[in-house]
Design a protein around this ligand. Sequence first.
Ligand code: LMR
Length: 417
Amino acid sequence: GAEITVPKGAAVPQDTVFTWKGRMWLNDKQQPADKILALVQLYKEDPRENKIDLGVGVYKDASGQTPIMQSIKKAEHLLWETQETKSYVGLAGTPEFSEAMINLVLGKNFDQSLTASAATPGGTGAVRQAFELGKMANPNLRVFVSDPTWPNHLSILKYLGIPVEPYRYFDTMTRSVDFPAMMADLADANEGDIILLHGCCHNPTGANLKAPDWDAVIELLLKSGATPMIDIAYQGFGDGLEEDAAGVRKLVSSVPETIIAASCSKNFGIYRERTGLLTVVSHNKDARNLNQSTLAFLNRQNFSFPPDHGARLVTMVLLDEELKRNWMGELEAVRQSMLSLRTQLAAELENLSGSNRFGFLADHRGMFSRLGASSEQVGALREKHAVYMVDDSRLNIAGLNSNTVPVLAKAIVECGI
Ligand code: LMR
């Protein structure tokens, strides 16, 4: 007879929430809905014409559209004309994409001889693979995350069975970073742990580390031996492309090993193409080679080849001088429009409330700010004023325009926030 070549008895790696009842899909537990995505649906179903969507982190222009960037359109056109095959690329994507993205995040002079990288389906794919990599390296991995952080960080960690160690981050009174508290909590991190940091434009708070804070974090990392992981999904949305990466660059050049999950969804406006990069900066060539093969292995296990279309467009834009210049101009316009909405909203609220307690809105950077409202107040904003923001009072600044800023300001004050 035929020889059996499939090895028997591989263990199921973790508990699943499904209960086998003789029918494949008869599960007894509904998965919790993602709060941000549930809000998208709620907004869609609201028939009120004056509704304002400040929920999911998608850039919108003054007319409420999420436009395709011209530079991306041009690259797409060029690709359509010139691409001759859709056959597979490498498991880690193309080296050109990795190289161009590392140049973008870590600077064009960064020595890439010790970097291992893999293209991933979006920034979320990079985050997921990074956690898996961490768990492969250390089965007792703990991940330190800011309190609060992007809810999907927590959801993925829970799904993977990786313990979370929250560190204090946001001062709810000043709406800025409570840096002493953050450092106090991070003092518990040891070698083998991952400390997750947002590269810029912290999601959900909008409050960010300052240059001296990054220095102190670097010192802590060197002392503890913990591995930093940077999630950078909004480069170019805060203070500028270079400025937003300054902390990350300093960190990478100071510590032996860094994991970076980068997203192209927002700064290239290619959300649905699922384009991201996971990079590990290693301390020596052997570690680098091991990391590279492990990243390719992880891709193979989870989805095989990463999506190529978005990565190719990004590569084309970054490698062509003119396209790159156009893209940088478009990105800068996006950044400026969010900045001016921030200052408008802060000024409007100062007028209406007679206090400057909303000044933080102008100081925050990126797409989001956490308002500091209770979930009842967020509910009132939604029910009485048709203003949609995430339950934790995170608002997407880009969901506003100069006409809706005064409407929101009035609603905020009327809800007693
Ligand atoms: C967000 O935080 O709203 C974005 O990152 C979109 C998402 O996937 O949650």
